[in-house]
Design a protein around this ligand. Structure first.
Ligand code: AMP
Ligand code: MG
Length: 472
C-alpha cells in the first residue's frame, strides 16, 4: 500500500477494559465518494489512489500503524442512564499528531458490529453519513468547534432501515472521542482506578494546565459553555444532547438529527425522538449544565474529601448558566456589530429575538440582512421593527467597525434542512453534484457567492422539513 498515515496511538495504552480491539467488517465494493484533501494534508496523510483510500476508509484494509478498537462508554439518554453503550458501529483507527502538533482521532463510523452493538447492525447508510459530512464541515467553516469529516465511502452493500438503503462509512476526525459517558461508564461500576486513569489521560490530552479534577471540570465547563453559546448564535440544534454525545474536548459530535433553524422560534425541535423538546433550541443552554453535573458526579471519588468536593463541584456547575449567558451575549453582540459592552445590550438582543419570533423571521437571513442594512422586509410588524432599529442605530454610534464585525459573524449560508434532504435524495440516486455544490458554498459561508442565491432561500411550505431522524 502506498497510503501513509502517521499514526501515533495513545488510547490503546489505556487499560484493556477501556475498549475492545478489533478490525472493521469488510464490505463488498468500497467506493470513495468524498475526500477532504485539506484535512488529510493537515493530518500528514499521504495518499493518491482512490481505490486504496476506499479500502482503508471503508474498513477493508488496516493501514500501517493503525490499531483499530471500539471504545466503551455509558450515557444518559433523554435523562435515563444506560450503563453500557460504546462504539456499536464505529472504530477508532488510531491517532495522529497533526501539522500543528495536536493529537487527533481518526474514526470509522458504519464499520460493522462490535461487542457494543446491542441489537444494531453496526452499519450506517448514505444519508446520515453525508449529513454528518456536510454539517460538520459547515460547522467548522462557521468557526464552531466540531469533529471533522475526512472521507465518505459507499460500501456497495444494502442497509435495511424502513427501506433498503445504500450503505456507507464515514471517516471522521476528532480532538478525541472522550465523552461524559466515558467517565460515567467507569464511575457507575465504581471502578475508581479507571476513572483516575481516564482523568489523567483527558487532562494530559486536552487541558494540561488543569492540575486537579476540579480544574478539569472547570475547563470542560468553560469549553462547553463556549460551544453551546456558539450553537445558539448560528441557530444550531444538536438534537440529541445525551451525555454520550457530549465531549470533554468541547467539540460538537454526533450529528444524528442535528439541524439549523429556518424561522426563529426558541422551542424549535426537529428530532423525531425528542417528543418532549428536552433538546429544543433554547433548552440546550440548560441541558448542557445538567450534563456537566453528571461529569462532576463521576469526578467526586477522585477527590480526597467528598463533602468538600461536592461543595466545590456544585459551585462550578451552578456558575455555568452565567458563563453560558455571558458567552451568548458576547456572540449576539458581535452579530449586532457591537464591540463594546453596555447594560442595554441584553434587552436590545432579547427584543430583537422577540420580534423575530413574533414575525416568524428567518434566523440566518435576518442577521445577514441586518449586516447589509436591509432587514426591514424580514419583519411583519414594521413599526415595531422601526422602533427597535432606531434604538440599535443609537447604540451603534458608540461603535466602530460594526459592518465588518457583523459580516464576519452572520453567515449568508447555513446547511438548510430542505437542501440537506434534497442533497441526500440526489446522492441515493447516484448524483453527488448537490453534495459537492453545498460543500463548496458552505466552505465560505460569510461571503455572498454569485449563483448561490437559491441556497439562502428559506423553505417553501411544501419544502419544510418537520422532522429529522437519528437515521442510524
Ligand atoms: P447515537 O445515536 O450515535 O447517540 O448512538 C447511541 C448508541 O447506539 C451508541 O452506543 C451507538 O454505537 C449505538 N448505535 C447506533 N446505531 C447503531 C447501529 N446501526 N449498530 C450498532 N450500534 C448502533
Ligand atoms: Mg452518539
Amino acid at each position: 500500500m502506498t497510503i501513509h498515515i502517521p499514526f501515533d496511538n495513545s488510547y490503546a495504552t489505556l487499560p484493556p477494559r477501556f475498549y475492545t480491539r478489533q478490525v472493521a467488517q469488510p464490505v463488498t465494493q468500497p467506493r470513495l465518494i468524498a475526500f477532504n484533501q485539506a484535512l488529510a494534508d493537515e493530518l500528514g496523510i499521504r495518499a493518491d489512489d482512490p481505490a486504496e483510500l476506499a479500502a482503508v476508509f471503508g474498513g477493508n484494509a488496516v493501514p500501517d500503524g493503525a490499531l483499530p478498537l471500539a471504545q466503551v462508554y455509558a450515557g444518559h439518554q433523554f435523562g435515563g442512564f444506560s450503563p453500557q453503550l460504546g462504539d456499536g458501529r464505529a472504530l477508532l483507527l488510531g491517532e495522529v499528531l497533526d501539522t500543528s502538533g495536536k493529537r487527533r482521532d481518526i474514526q470509522l463510523k458504519g464499520s460493522g458490529q462490535t461487542p457494543y452493538s446491542r441489537m444494531g447492525d453496526g452499519r450506517a447508510w448514505l444519508g446520515p453519513v453525508l449529513r454528518e459530512y456536510l454539517l460538520s464541515e459547515a460547522m467548522h467553516a462557521l468557526h464552531v468547534p466540531t469533529t471533522r469529516a475526512l472521507a465518505a465511502v459507499l460500501t456497495g452493500e444494502t442497509v435495511y432501515r424502513e427501506a433498503p438503503l445504500p450503505g456507507a462509512v464515514l471517516a471522521r476526525v476528532a480532538a478525541s472521542h472522550i465523552r461524559v459517558g466515558t467517565f460515567q461508564y467507569f464511575a457507575a461500576r465504581r471502578d475508581i482506578d479507571a476513572v483516575q486513569a481516564l482523568y489523567e489521560y483527558t487532562r494530559a490530552r486536552h487541558f494540561p494546565q488543569a492540575d486537579s479534577p476540579a480544574a478539569l471540570l472547570e475547563a470542560v465547563i468553560a469549553a462547553q459553555a463556549k460551544l453551546v453559546a456558539k450553537w445558539l448564535s448560528v441557530g444550531f440544534i444538536h438534537g440529541v444532547m445525551n451525555t454520550d454525545n457530549t465531549t470533554l474536548s468541547g467539540e460538537t459530535i454526533d450529528y444524528g438529527p442535528a439541524a439549523y433553524l429556518d424561522t426563529y422560534h426558541p422551542m424549535t425541535v426537529y428530532s423525531s425522538i425528542d417528543a418532549h423538546g428536552r433538546y429544543a433550541y433554547d433548552h440546550q443552554a440548560h441541558v448542557i449544565v445538567w450534563n456537566m453535573a453528571q461529569l462532576a458526579t463521576t469526578l467526586v471519588p477522585l477527590m480526597p474529601d467528598t463533602d468538600a468536593a461536592i461543595a466545590q463541584f456544585t459551585e462550578a456547575v451552578h456558575a455555568m448558566p452565567a458563563l453560558i449567558e455571558a458567552e451568548r451575549l458576547a456572540a449576539f453582540r458581535r452579530k449586532l456589530g457591537l464591540g463594546t459592552e453596555q447594560a442595554e445590550d441584553e434587552a436590545l438582543i432579547a427584543d430583537l429575538l422577540a420580534l423575530m419570533q413574533a414575525g416568524q423571521a428567518d434566523f440566518t437571513n435576518t442577521f445577514r440582512a441586518l449586516s447589509h442594512g436591509n432587514a426591514r422586509d424580514q419583519f411583519t410588524d414594521r413599526a415595531a421593527y422601526d422602533a427597535w432599529h432606531q434604538r440599535w442605530q443609537d447604540r451603534l454610534t458608540a461603535e466602530e467597525g460594526a459592518d465588518a464585525r457583523m459580516l464576519a459573524a452572520n453567515p449568508a449560508y447555513i446547511p438548510r434542512n430542505h437542501r440537506v434532504e434534497e442533497m441526500i435524495k440526489a446522492a441515493v440516486a447516484g448524483d453527488m453534484a448537490p453534495f459537492e455544490r453545498l460543500m463548496q458554498v458552505l466552505s465560505d459561508p460569510f461571503t455572498e457567492q454569485p449563483g448561490a442565491e437559491d441556497l439562502t432561500r428559506p423553505p417553501l411550505t411544501h419544502e419544510v422539513v418537520a422532522q429529522t431522524f437519528c437515521g442510524t
